[in-house]
Write a protein that binds this ligand. Structure first.
Ligand code: RB5
Length: 146
């Protein structure tokens, strides 16, 4: 399972901590940037990670900005990306069970590290429910088309 991670400057510190958490478990994340705490633009960062998922270079991704909002909006502009802002453990589980999210999003300035790890664990432990949820997901890619 290949995981891409990316953040803007507002999520840089949390990104580095999440990378270490996975490295300690023997999992190396693909870091699509940013590579310092210098200011950068979250749409560019979302694009770098989402393109890897859509090109099948990664199975799913973790995105972080200051609030998690800007980078969620950016990621969800990409057809085929289902980015979910994980604001609780229950939501993390449901983001997999109902939405089959392929991107999970956190706020580097608004979320606690331990909470983020608990949400990642809940997301990874859950399974997609399929059936009516698949029907709804299929409709997402048709939105905006005549
Ligand atoms: C950057 O200052 C900040 O606006 C960004 O990280 C994010 O929170 C936007 O939604």
């Amino acid at each position: 399972m290949k995981i891409v991670i990316a953040s803007d400057h507002g999520g840089f510190d949390l990104k580095e901590k999440i990378k270490k958490y996975y490295a300690d478990k023997g999992v190396l994340l693909d870091d699509a940037g940013t590579h310092s705490s210098d200011s950068c633009d979250y749409p560019d960062i979302a694009a770098a990670a989402c393109e890897k998922i859509l090109n099948k270079e990664a199975d799913w991704g973790i995105l972080i900005c200051g609030t998690g909002i800007g980078i969620s909006i950016a990621a969800n502009r990409f057809k085929g990306i289902r980015a979910a802002l994980l604001y609780s453990e229950d939501v993390a589980r449901l983001a997999k069970e109902h939405n089959n999210a392929n991107v999970v999003v956190f706020g580097g300035r608004t979320m606690d590290y331990a909470d983020v790890i608990a949400r990642l664990e809940a997301f990874e432990k859950a399974s997609f429910g399929g059936e009516r949820h698949q029907r709804r997901i299929d409709k997402l890619d048709l939105l905006g088309e005549e």
